[in-house]
Design a protein around this ligand. Sequence first.
Ligand SMILES: [Zn+2]
Length: 393
Amino acid sequence: MKIPLNLLSRLLFILCLFSSTFVIAEETPLLLHAARVFDGNNMRTNTSVLISNGKIARIDSRDALKNTASKVIDLGDATILAGFIELHAHLDFQHIPADTVLRHGITTLRDVGGSVHQPYGGDGSLRVLTSGQIITAPDGYPIPNMGADNIAIPVASEAQARQTVRDLINGGAVIIKIALEPGNEAGAPWSSGHHHAHAKPPHAMPLLSEAIVRAIVDEAHQHSRKVTAHLAESKGVKLAVNAGVDEWAHIPCDAIPEPLLKKAAAQRVKIVTTFDTLSKCSGAAHNAHIWSALGGEFLYGAEIAHPDIPWGIDAQELNLMMHLANMKPLEVLRTVTSKAGQYLNIPLLGTLQVGAPADLIAVRGDATQNFKLLEYPDLVMSGGKMVVNYFDK
Ligand SMILES: [Zn+2]
């Protein structure tokens, strides 16, 4: 069938009209004032934020932005902050409702160990990035604890490992996760078996060979992806360091010898904190102190879906970052926002700079004085769409 050209162009014209009307209808700029604004890097006072088209349009002094929008919300003695970014969660595997997490201050989340998806959300819904299933040895962790369904992919050869990495990346994986976990560390949640139905494994679980881990790292790097490892004791750490793994998904549970941590710090490994989840581990505090003294880098992750962790911002994790990793409050806030956004390679994510996605939260009072406030935000916005707003009442 032939469609006349002029009819086609007319249709296109009508379509364009429709879509531009739609965009204009959405575009009522909104101006937010608050006593404090944490822009992802610094705490500013006497600052306003102008939001338009789902993005930060301007951030400037209250005077400079006066009369720039017809819609204005003055939050008064409150703190506006860039939306928080959680880098270790199991939303998919444990069926945690994404909306609950968003309403409690997490605007971007990385799901590491669940089904793989192309990145989605960020437009009034939780922005989700995934690693997909965890690559492990046949019968390796977490298979004896949790089964393989939807959480793990066992691989037995380098070729199989490389193919799995490519498949995950084709499915949308932003990072590749592997497990290097023989099991039975004292105090580790996966050793006690209290949060999963499967029995505690009776003996050490098999580990991936160094050659296979190297192949995974090489394949991931060829596709511009990093590799994160679930690890908890020295054997896994040694494997990760030797194979050039980029990130540790946890602070190790057992105390790790300092020379090994030194090697990892020299390789610029990043450690996702998960201090709260691993608070019963014998060596976590020791490792955190040494890592921070070595100048090693931390990323924020509380492990949402773990039974001890709130479905949103975890104030206890933030407090432990100060106490175990020696961070000042603003350093903690930078780690959870701009540093994580940069690490995820999404331009300006985690900041309130001009052009950044308008992902932000606000709490009454001074958030740096009491992190607990952050667990109950009075305002949450995702991609410029209001999700929570208790200020208008
Ligand atoms: Zn985990």
